[in-house]
Design a protein around this ligand. Sequence first.
Ligand SMILES: [Zn+2]
Length: 252
Amino acid sequence: MEYFDKRAVSAAVITAAVWLLAGISGIASSKGGAGHSPGELLIMAGGQLAQEVSELEAEVAEDASDPYRDRPDIDTGDWMFILANPWNDIGDYTPELEYLEGQQFDVRIIEPMEEMVEAARAEGLSVLLSSGYRSYATQTWLFNRKADEYGEKIAATIVARPGTSEHQTGLCCDITDHYYEMKDASLENTQMYQWMSRHCAEYGFIVRFPKGREDITGIIYEPWHFRYVGKEAAAYIMEHDLTLEEFLELYQ
Ligand SMILES: [Zn+2]
């Protein structure tokens, strides 16, 4: 047995002895010691100790079984975690905007977006930014146009209701290949998506609407839609294959 192990064991023994003594005196004083022999008091204290140890063990086991105990230390109230989905209406939220390659974004993601695009181009990929920020007014217009055509209920399955589109946050972008602009699931086979999904987290972005998670995100699989959440959260989300909804749920 190593020296440190011995020290740990003796520390545990001392702790147990202290608990035991504290237990005895606690019971003795709370019950006035009346009617209990020292032997009875010892048994009672022993029971109390066993219970405390098993509670402690349960706590440790619970902690070890939480697969997300290593989640990053972030504040979900930060601007990069704003959530717009069918269940979270952000009203007429408008970030401070700046243009990049014909699209508008929240000024705070211009730099990481530029860096990511530059890195992708350095790999020979032909990056096309096709949809950034979309205003509440534009979303209302898009929605009403569909609602006139199909009725509100069906329209809501095609176009996000005003206030519930992530594009209104200014924190996302649709990214496709110049030579492959089809926004459907087949886009995942492009080199562009292969590279983006592998490297986006290094720049603080995530694949926001992964395959088979429609019931959680409310949106179909979109291998072209990337969302900024900061490097720490992005690395964690991509590594654990989470949606933004599931990630934020870890902090509830
Ligand atoms: Zn999109």
